[in-house]
Write a protein that binds this ligand. Structure first.
Ligand code: HAS
Ligand code: HEM
Ligand code: CU
Length: 531
């Protein structure tokens, strides 16, 4: 609901003054905080915690402590509800990045911390289950879906340390009034330690589906299991030590470290490029198996009438552009042109807002029927909702990237300026109109998707969902079952805990020299309420 209102803001249409809205949302910024927190932090985390617990447990055929699993779910929901109170009361309008010295109610920071802490319990349960399996099956290669899930969870542990340290040592004591001020630079640095890698916590669960299930939906095979393992191992080692690419314009961070983080960012694009080529190859394999021919004509043979398939492929297509934009953002010399402009929301709505979100929406179209034993209602409407979301986000990205290049700032209530957007930022009439249209398209696509979802949930049960097998894909080049006879790549990438230690050391290596001088020069800046 709030997203389209924001898109209209960037079309110079201000609905925030409507009396109905005024009673619910006090300001554009309260709305933006709700939008960022609920989409980027809550929706992603809840989906991922369920998906990446269910998959490895089913994959290993393990029995887990369900009371513990429900306990983590209750803890996560409790954290969310606690954080929701100050958010809704306009007492924590600090945006999803927190950015001190803006200061929200301590209840918000505590609730958010409880919510994030709950992910560690899910993580613990998955790693414990995997470890027990390894003990019971010495010499065996970890099955692929479990491998990808455990690697992602371990990466998330390394990634989340920054935010956890920021919350426990800075945000919570400061918001409770126990210390007299807070250091904005240190808190930003700790935030972006987590803040970049969190994008892989959002993306890799979609990769799991693109690798393990999508080829099957398409009628083809996964190309190479050892290659997938390599990609995930690379994210585990290299996903986190890159966060300074969000802080190129921050003062008091040495240029040399910014450049090192930039170069490391370019290397973390490699596992995504591996993914791009390897997933494209498995789609081609599927299409040729269905009689596809030619250099490009084979694409027509893919099962475009299946919303589960189409949604995920459209998500990938958006990510080609989103990923390319990311590499532009990460370039130190180009960053100054786009940083803090509308270009950036353009970038991340075709990454997290489409590559991740549309993949999760498409996955839900088989996962919900699978879990509930119900039949997907209205598959045609579902298909349209996939196309609608994709088209809406592409149009949105066009409008926002374009406005960014015309210097329109992000996070700005531009529709409330004394003069029109076009007067202040010349040439924005067309991109602003495009952005507004996209908001309406996305609203309609969202309504269609939820209609299908709820209609499915409310329909009668037709089978026992849990007895249905997961739609695993076969691999052209499997990793094998026994480590001793497996290829080099499989053997090198199997010891995930050792790779985890390497990843942790890499982060410490590139972060400690940046952070230690900030700690020794800690600045106590008093909190501010800008809303
Ligand atoms: Fe980003 C800002 C750089 C990926 C999300 N990013 C953001 C923010 C968010 C975000 C939320 O360097 C805003 C934060 C804020 O509020 O300030 N990003 C990158 C780079 C990558 C990248 C280098 N971002 C993501 C992903 C996200 C995400 C993934 C969420 C899920 N990003 C940045 C930078 C900034 C930034 C700067 C700060 C900007 C600033 O100035 O503030 C890379 O990981 C991208 C690598 C990806 C590729 C693409 C691979 C393509 C694939 C699809 C293949 C398609 C197929 C389809 C096979 C190289 C895998 C074929 C189809 C057929 C029909 C055959
Ligand atoms: C920010 C629109 C869905 C995550 C924004 C902004 C717009 C927007 C215009 C920029 C606001 C500003 O900078 O002032 C929309 C529309 C959506 C949608 C029309 C679909 C109906 C999503 C989804 C996600 C998402 C699905 C993630 C899963 C974010 C985040 C921000 C944002 C993290 C940044 C908030 C901030 O700067 O503090 N959205 N959005 N959005 N959106 Fe969306
Ligand atoms: Cu980043």
């Amino acid at each position: 609901m709030i997203g389209p209102l924001q898109a209209l803001n960037y079309a110079d249409v201000d609905l925030y003054n409507l009396p109905v809205l005024r009673n619910i949302i006090q300001s554009y910024y309260q709305g933006l905080t709700l939008h960022g927190v609920l989409n980027a932090l809550v929706f992603t985390q809840f989906f991922i915690s369920g998906w990446m617990l269910y998959l490895p447990v089913r994959d290993l055929g393990a029995k887990i402590n369900l009371k513990f699993a429900w306990g983590t779910y209750i803890m996560m929901t409790a954290g969310l509800l606690i954080a929701a109170v100050p958010l809704l009361l306009d007492q924590a309008t600090v945006l999803y990045t927190f950015y001190p010295p803006m200061q929200g109610s301590p209840v918000f920071y505590i609730g958010a911390s409880i919510m994030v802490a709950a992910t560690w319990f899910v993580l613990g349960q998955v790693v414990y289950t995997w470890w027990a399996w390894k003990k019971a099956n010495p010499g065996r290669v970890t099955p692929l879906v479990t491998y990808m899930s455990v690697a992602t969870w371990l990466m998330w542990f390394i990634a989340s340390l920054g935010l956890v340290i920021e919350a426990l040592t800075m945000l919570v004591p400061w918001s409770l009034g126990l210390v007299k001020g807070i250091d904005p630079l240190l808190s930003r640095t700790l935030f972006w330690w987590t803040g970049h890698a969190i994008v892989y916590f959002w993306l890799l669960p979609a990769y799991i589906s693109w690798y393990a299930f999508l080829p099957r939906h398409a009628g083809g095979r996964l190309v190479s299991e050892p290659l997938v393992r390599l990609a995930f191992a690379m994210f585990l080692i290299n996903g986190t030590p890159v966060g300074l690419h969000h802080q190129f314009s921050d003062p008091n961070v040495a240029n040399s470290w910014k450049v090192i983080h930039m170069l490391l960012t370019f290397t973390v694009a490699i596992p995504s490029l591996l993914t791009a080529f390897s997933v494209a190859a498995s789609l081609e394999d599927a299409a040729r198996a269905r009689g596809g021919r030619g250099y490009f004509a084979w694409m027509g043979k893919l099962p475009w009438n299946n919303p589960v398939f189409t949604g995920q492929v459209l998500a990938m297509v958006s990510f080609i552009l989103g990923g390319a934009g990311g590499i532009a953002n990460a370039s130190y010399s180009f960053s100054g042109v786009v940083h803090n402009t509308a270009w950036i929301p353009g970038h991340f709505h075709i990454t997290v807002g489409t590559a991740t979100t549309l993949s999760f929406m498409a996955i839900a179209l088989w996962l919900v029927p699978h879990l509930t034993g119900k039949r997907l209602a209205q598959p045609k409407v579902a298909l349209w909702s996939m196309w609608g979301w994709f088209a809406g986000m592409m149009v949105f990205a066009l409008g926002m990237h374009w406005q960014g290049l015309l210097h329109v700032p992000r996070r700005s209530h531009v529709s409330a300026m004394a003069q029109s957007l076009e007067t202040v930022f010349e040439g924005t009439k067309l991109p602003a109109a495009i952005t507004g249209v996209s908001g309406v398209m996305l609203f309609i696509a969202g309504v269609m998707f939820f209609y299908v979802l709820f209609k499915t949930l409310l329909s009668p049960k037709v089978q026992d969902g849990e007895s249905v097998a997961l739609p695993y894909s076969d691999a052209m080049n499997p990793a094998g079952q026994q480590l001793a006879s497996a290829g080099l790549l499989t053997r090198v990438t199997e010891p995930l805990l050792a790779l985890f230690v390497v990843g942790l050391l890499a982060v410490l290596l590139v972060y400690l020299p940046v952070i230690l001088p900030m700690i020794t020069n800690y600045q106590f800046i008093p909190g501010q309420q800008l809303w």
